[in-house]
Design a protein around this ligand. Structure first.
Ligand SMILES: [Fe+2]
Length: 230
């Protein structure tokens, strides 16, 4: 198979592939209209710093750790799951609203989008050997995950992993549907500080343990979208 080329006006956006002789350009477009949509974005450094700073304040104080503990609502086998406090929520919720609004408009193909409300956000502090069992999120429509911190030397572990048959350590895996021939049912993602993903709440996901000493820190936020009229 030859290289895939970008489409042009003549073929109305279709890409082309070459046949083995390179003589024929074959119009080619992979249509994948079904299944859950995932958006990937990048968080501004200021937001990452503020979120990290707020969490550092909480974990220094046992009373605050207790006050912000969100783990009774979650399934992670991790050190801490702590609610994101109001002051940073107030500062950055407008940012997330813009992002969620763009996601919804794209998915529903309607410039009006849909009304929605940001719900609870929480930090997840994961250390070597800890993990998050496969789960979905309830009482919401969308969820999200953003990466705030990684163990200093985890790059080495990720590099080793990338050379392995199936990289998984410290990764998040999304799983959807039933495995079928020539069909994709899993998406494995290596966390990168600042990467932010929005996904449907029903999309199963799990986070694998890692070995490198240090903290893998993320936060998640749920969103309720109003689907019906009235
Ligand atoms: Fe989750």
């Amino acid at each position: 198979m030859g290289q895939i080329m970008v489409g042009n006006e003549q073929n109305e956006g279709l890409s082309t592939v070459h046949d083995k002789t390179e003589k024929f350009e074959i119009p080619f477009m992979l249509i994948r209209p079904f299944g859950p949509f995932i958006v990937k974005s990048r968080l501004p450094q200021e937001l990452i710093d503020d979120y990290n700073e707020e969490l550092e304040k909480i974990i220094k104080d046992k009373k605050l750790v207790k006050e912000f503990d969100w783990s009774p609502n979650l399934v992670g086998k991790v050190k801490h799951e702590l609610r994101v406090p109001e002051n940073v929520r107030k500062k950055y919720d407008g940012y997330f609203e813009a992002l969620v609004d763009a996601y919804i408009k794209q998915v529903v193909e309607d410039p009006k989008g849909r009304p929605f409300k940001l719900q609870t956000a929480w930090f997840v502090r994961q250390f070597p050997g800890e993990f998050n069992p496969i789960h979905l999120h309830t009482y919401c429509t969308l969820s999200s995950v953003g990466y705030l911190k990684l163990p200093k030397n985890i790059d080495k572990e990720f590099k080793q992993e990338s050379e392995s048959r199936r990289p998984a350590r410290g990764h998040i895996e999304f799983v959807y549907g039933v495995p079928q021939d020539l069909n994709s049912h899993s998406l494995m993602i290596e966390p990168v500080i600042g990467d932010f993903y929005i996904f449907p709440r029903y999309l199963l996901h799990t986070v694998y343990p890692f070995r490198t000493p240090g903290e893998r820190r993320s936060f998640s936020m749920n969103v309720s979208v109003k689907m019906e009229e009235g």
